[in-house]
Design a protein around this ligand. Structure first.
Ligand SMILES: CC(C)(COP(=O)(O)OP(=O)(O)OC[C@H]1O[C@@H](n2cnc3c(N)ncnc32)[C@H](O)[C@@H]1OP(=O)(O)O)[C@@H](O)C(=O)NCCC(=O)NCCS
Length: 441
């Protein structure tokens, strides 16, 4: 991929708005170690993380150098080289229903210094990102969030939820299918070299996944983030099917070993499976581990099949279920035409979008094979066609099929302009596979 996204000019509107506060908005040259290090330190401080060690700084300098890196500086601050706001972004591909993708713009590292909060800097930065993403040609912006209260005002909504699962392995036994292949221990280094190909193979199976590699992949395996500590007790296993083809892997750790082995917790850091057979084999391996009294699986799908593969429903529970991936459609026709639909039908979407990207009335016409065609629609809604009014936030919530249109209508967030339209919305937008994103970014 060319790096043209990195060098696209700074958004003039936000630049002017910030300049009116004597702040300068600019791009960071990520080959300039001094400036980029100051930016990385400011980002860590923004999230209350420890000051990055020289080792970690070095990893980040290399790992995230290819992101579009922007900052805001206050020339009157005591440390004028240290930005008072940071944002980074890069193009990616977002999986949508129908095993396909839409061009997306990932936004990360959004911070504003505590000395400069609540004066509109984040708004200037976010609006700038959305305009830049639209100019680049991304149909959707995506992010994962620290708080669920920040991004709705820019048109984002949670499109994929996540769950933390807790399993009491001593109360249950495996009732799922037996697998015919084998589980092998592999080193993290080996997985680093060969595992990403598996992640790539399954990426299109689940709406909400994004394309990732490099820094995000290495961090998953404990490299980079804290190579001396965390990576030490991570273990990796790979599942090969009966033909010897690798079909999945899991990364886990066991903590709490106090000598008595009574309170050990097995935490599943990552598990990916290309087949149901591999999925069952890997979960069975983890759940049947000796000397473990609890299995925790954070950041998983809200609908996991393993809950149906054990003898005791009550030995498996979600300890947390919440928003995870937030999307913000920028080009509504491209975004909606990129996904497949679960039924045939026609619906007029009357969309309000205060930032203007997707404002308007659109006719979504889905054919018998689930392909959608979007047409701007100013005319009267034809007879027999459903019609709803909603804001861009609700379109985002519906986009990957993670919430029902009927639920949003009952919540007063979708208005039916014709009776029964919310049911039509559901029949079109629902996804057989629950949307899920398996990483933070
Ligand atoms: C969140 C953060 C970036 C906001 O920066 P900011 O410059 O103070 O935000 P702004 O002044 O532009 O405020 C924009 C709007 O967001 C609201 N807002 C800002 N921070 C908020 C928060 N933490 N929770 C809820 N609302 C918030 C403001 O009230 C304002 O609302 P309005 O547009 O309705 O008036 C900043 O507080 C921060 O760096 N927090 C720590 C890091 C973090 O959580 N980053 C987000 C990563 S996903």
């Amino acid at each position: 991929m060319t790096a043209e996204y990195r060098d696209m000019p700074i958004d003039a509107e936000s630049e002017q708005r910030l300049a009116a506060q004597n702040l300068s908005f600019g791009l960071v040259d990520t080959t300039d170690t001094e400036t980029f290090s100051a930016w990385l330190r400011a980002e860590s401080r923004g999230f209350h993380e420890a000051n990055p060690t020289a080792e970690l700084l070095d990893v980040s300098l290399k790992g995230v150098a290819d992101r579009r890196t922007t900052g805001v500086w206050d020339p009157s601050a005591a440390e004028p080289l240290s930005p008072v706001s940071t944002v980074s972004s890069w193009p990616t591909a977002l999986t949508v229903p129908g095993t396909r993708t839409v061009p997306a713009w990932a936004i990360s590292a959004v911070t504003v210094s505590p000395t400069h909060r609540r004066r509109g800097i984040a708004r200037a930065m976010l609006e700038s990102e959305l305009r830049t993403a639209a100019r680049f040609g991304s149909a959707v912006a995506v992010l994962t969030v620290s708080e669920a209260t920040i991004y709705s005002r820019y048109g984002f909504a949670p499109a994929a939820m996540m769950a933390n699962w807790q399993i009491n392995p001593r109360r249950l036994h495996w009732t799922g299918p037996d697998s015919t292949g084998r589980v092998h221990f592999v080193s993290l280094e080996q997985l680093r070299d060969e595992g990403l190909a598996l992640v790539e193979r399954v990426r299109l199976d689940t709406p909400g996944q994004i394309e990732f590699s490099g820094h995000l992949w290495e961090r998953l395996l404990g490299f980079g983030s804290d190579s001396s500590g965390q990576a030490k007790n991570l273990r990796a296993v790979r599942y090969d099917d009966a033909e010897g083809v690798s079909q999945g892997f899991a990364v886990y750790r066991v903590t709490g070993t106090d000598g008595s082995f009574d309170t050990n917790v097995l935490e599943v850091d990552y598990l990916v499976a290309a087949t149901d057979d591999a999925y069952a084999a890997l979960w069975r391996f983890l759940i049947e581990m000796d000397l473990v009294s609890e299995v925790r699986a954070p950041l998983r799908s809200v609908r996991e099949a393993f809950a149906w593969q054990v003898s005791d429903f009550r030995a498996v529970r979600k300890t947390l279920e919440r928003d995870h991936l937030w999307t913000r459609i920028l080009d509504l026709p491209v975004a909606l035409e990129s996904r497949a639909y679960s039924g045939q039908g026609r619906i007029v979407l009357d969309v309000s979008d205060p930032l203007g990207f997707a404002q308007g009335r659109f006719l979504l016409d889905v054919d018998a094979v689930g392909a959608g065609k979007v047409t701007p629609w100013d005319a009267v809604t034809p007879d027999g066609v459903a019609d709803v009014s909603l804001s861009i936030n609700e379109v985002n919530a519906l986009y990957l099929g993670g919430v029902s249109g009927v639920t949003l209508a009952r919540a007063g967030r979708v208005t039916e302009n014709r009776d029964g339209s919310a049911v039509v919305l559901d029949s079109l937008f629902q996804s057989a596979v629950s949307p899920w994103l398996s990483i933070w970014f």
